[in-house]
Design a protein around this ligand. Structure first.
Ligand code: FAD
Ligand code: EPU
Length: 348
């Protein structure tokens, strides 16, 4: 385990902000995680587990210990009907997707090019192009940092929802995800329902590789590469609103994208609302609303954490004034010692 003091977090999160952590250390095994949590030198420090930092906004310097997940290893078994993958949580998600497609184990191709590690994927139940992690997840192995026990949670016990799971709720503290079990059906069916994949649906047969390539092409065209322009993907969730409010907005803007979402509710596209509120390309200091995808806030090069926070607040306020819709951030906000939120940071 290598520890570094007062280190810049710039290379360890995709927003690329110049913030520091008191200490940074790698964990290469579940035993490393336990040793860190039991080490007297670190006992009183706040701790934050980080994968690739692609869903994080550090609002200020972190006065604690950042623990980088570096758990590696993939094993595969099969039954007549399924491939079963047991993947250590520190493996890179996109590389796993690429590897499964190349080895004729289709099922993950719609989730290509999502940044981050395998162990972070269940936390917000990553999703894209009509597939969510929960469609392929069999179990999640979790290390309980007090007892040292590893528990296996079935997909049902993970309580997956839209950008949600038990890991953002009752298991938010005191646990590390150490491995994820995936099950991929051998009787593979392509998932082509998402509008942007409709070109492929028109073809007589389509391979997982073709879907993987198409998803990568669409994502490269729309989403900024975090290694070139700092960002954390969709900054806000797509809001689920009362159907009465959704229908009122739709009456004024019939072309607005909207999807049914259970009893008397509608899911709206936050990117559309932000664009329609006139904010595409809007800049505040070094932060900006991305020109090609208004749901993504970017670091144009020298943004401070405050620039991003103030821009996020401006977007929330403007969308509320324009449509009466409250946007909730998807990105996890980190304060000096613990997780925080846009609302809390702006009240200070
Ligand atoms: P991090 O940002 O490092 O961590 C996220 C949270 O999980 C933190 O609170 C952290 O403390 C906690 N955590 C991390 N690892 C563990 C662990 N092992 N045990 C317990 N807690 C842990 N998301 C989607 O769902 N769909 C998309 O299409 C998508 N596209 C994106 C595109 C871009 C360009 C970017 C930058 C992001 C995108 N995201 C998307 C968001 C992001 O990729 C996912 O949320 C991803 O799963 C985050 O992985 P990470 O390893 O970077 O997690
Ligand atoms: N739209 C606009 N203007 C914009 C952006 C989008 O009008 O600037 C419209 C689009 O034209 C489309 C609708 O909004 O009609 C939805 O857009 P898109 O298909 O690009 O998807 P999204 O809702 O913006 C969601 C996820 C992404 C995921 C894509 C593809 C959330 C918060 N975001 O984005 O996930 O990759 O769908 O499935 O659910 C992430 O979570 O970080 C992320 C990138």
């Amino acid at each position: 385990m290598k520890a570094h003091s007062n280190t810049s977090l710039k290379p360890f999160h995709t927003f690329g902000l110049d913030v520091h952590a008191k200490e940074i250390i790698d964990a290469q095994s579940p035993e490393d995680f336990l040793a860190i949590w039991r080490d007297d030198r670190y006992k009183t420090l706040p701790k934050l587990i980080v994968g690739e930092g692609s869903n994080l906004l550090f609002c200020e310097d972190f006065k604690g210990l950042v623990v980088l997940n570096r758990l590696k290893g993939i094993s595969v078994s099969e039954t007549d009907t399924h491939w079963h993958l047991h993947v250590a949580s520190g493996e890179n998600w996109h590389e796993l997707v690429r590897w499964t497609v190349e080895h004729n184990m289709p099922g993950l191709e719609n989730l290509a090019l999502i940044p981050g590690l395998v162990g972070s994927a269940p936390i917000q139940n990553i999703g894209a192009y009509g597939v969510e992690l929960n469609d392929r997840c069999e179990y999640v192995d979790v290390l309980h940092l007090d007892s040292g026990d590893i528990l296996r949670l079935s997909a049902k016990e993970c309580a997956f929802g839209y950008r949600d799971s038990v890991f953002k709720q009752s298991l938010k503290h005191g646990h590390v995800i150490v491995a994820v079990g995936l099950q991929l059906e051998k009787a593979w069916e392509p998932v082509l329902g998402y509008g942007a994949l409709s070109d492929l649906a028109a073809k007589p047969s389509v391979s997982a590789q073709a879907i993987f390539d198409k998803v990568c092409e669409i994502r490269r065209a729309k989403l900024p590469d975090p290694y070139v322009l700092g960002n954390a993907g969709s900054f806000f969730k797509n809001p689920v609103v009362a159907a009465s409010l959704g229908n009122k907005i739709k009456a004024k803007y019939p072309a607005m994208p909207a999807y049914p979402a259970g009893d008397h509710q509608m899911k709206l596209a936050a990117g559309w609302l932000i664009e329609k509120a006139g904010l595409k390309g809007h800049k505040l200091g070094g932060a900006a609303v991305h020109e090609k995808q208004a749901l993504v806030l970017i670091n144009t090069g020298d943004a401070s954490a405050q620039d991003v926070v103030q821009l996020a607040k401006h977007v929330v306020d403007t969308v509320y004034q324009s449509f009466g819709v409250e946007l909730e951030h998807e990105v996890r906000f980190m304060g000096a010692e613990e997780e925080t939120s846009l609302e809390t940071v702006c009240q200070r």
